[in-house]
Design a protein around this ligand. Structure first.
Ligand SMILES: [Zn+2]
Length: 294
């Protein structure tokens, strides 16, 4: 595309993007590129109908995401960094099923499977094939106290690991504005993890530092998010990221933002007068700090 007349001519990164071999896969990434996108953070998406239950199973499914990332780099020349981890929804469903089947032993099994999936993701991180761990967190819908407490316990363990091993976490959490940030900030302190290493995926557009508590918000940049983001951007703590949470699911087209959205919104934000320094942070500096250079 020609970028003549565009408000923003710099790099454009989508911080939370999924791809699926049975979805549009390379065509979706091509749409992103053709709209002006230069780099994606490719977040692992488990097969929710049959998430892995063995170490080797985790490894194989992560390897497939790594392979997709390599195809996008090679075929399209886009920058791709990879985030691997156990999705909190997959964990919760597995937990419910296994506790129904096996009671206490089922609970143990679910926790062990979670830890295995983290361990395998961390191995890829140390091999340089993954660049952060995620999406981890807790279910975004109402669950029993038992699942809620257990999700928190496992998340705290994962934060401690992140502090020790040096990786950033992409968080999938419930949708509350202030209370969720406060909770996550408290947990980070408890874990000894620097708060800016917590990236809140699917973040609401209010990025005011009094709300975000020093976490890194990754704003879901639908049309309705522009106004609030523009209003609060200057008061953010150290920047924010932009994302679509593109799902690449042919059964649910239009259920999520499309792959061209971050490039389009970036142009709109710059045209509306957002501080360009914040755009450099969103598209270059923060991703490099969180995930390492491309
Ligand atoms: Zn996601």
């Amino acid at each position: 595309m020609t970028n003549q007349g565009l408000a923003w001519k710099g790099p454009i990164l989508d911080n939370h993007f999924h791809l699926n071999r049975n979805g549009r896969f390379l065509d979706a990434a091509k749409d992103f590129k053709n709209a002006g996108g230069t780099s994606v953070i490719l977040v692992h998406c488990p097969d929710f109908s049959a998430p892995p239950t063995t170490k080797q199973g985790h490894r194989d499914s992560y390897q497939d995401t790594i392979n997709m990332a390599e195809s996008v780099r090679k075929e399209l020349g886009l920058g791709v960094r990879v985030v691997l981890g156990p999705h909190p929804a997959a964990f919760a469903h597995q937990f419910i099923k296994w506790v129904e089947e096996d009671g206490k032993a089922g609970k143990e099994k679910a926790m062990e499977n979670y830890r295995d999936s983290i361990d395998e993701a961390v191995k890829f991180y140390h091999e340089g094939q993954a660049h952060a761990i995620g999406e981890v967190g807790r279910p975004h819908w109402e669950v029993s106290d038992e699942i809620w407490d257990l999700s928190n316990e496992l998340l705290l363990d994962t934060m401690k690991l992140a502090a020790n091993e040096g990786f950033a976490l992409q968080l999938h959490v419930e949708g509350e504005l202030e209370s969720t940030y406060l909770d996550m900030a408290k947990m980070a302190s408890k874990a000894g993890l620097s708060k800016d290493r917590l990236v809140r995926h699917y973040s609401p557009p209010n990025v005011d530092s009094t709300i975000t508590q020093g976490l890194t918000p990754s704003v879901l940049i639908g049309k309705g998010a522009l106004e609030t983001l523009l209003e609060t951007a200057d008061n953010c703590s150290h920047g924010f990221l932009l994302e679509t949470d593109y799902m690449d699911d042919l059964r649910r087209p239009g259920a999520v933002l499309g792959p061209k959205t971050v490039p389009k919104r970036t142009q709109q934000l710059v045209a509306a007068g957002i501080d360009e320094d914040l755009m450099w942070r969103a598209h270059v500096d923060l991703p490099n700090k969180l995930y390492g250079q491309e």
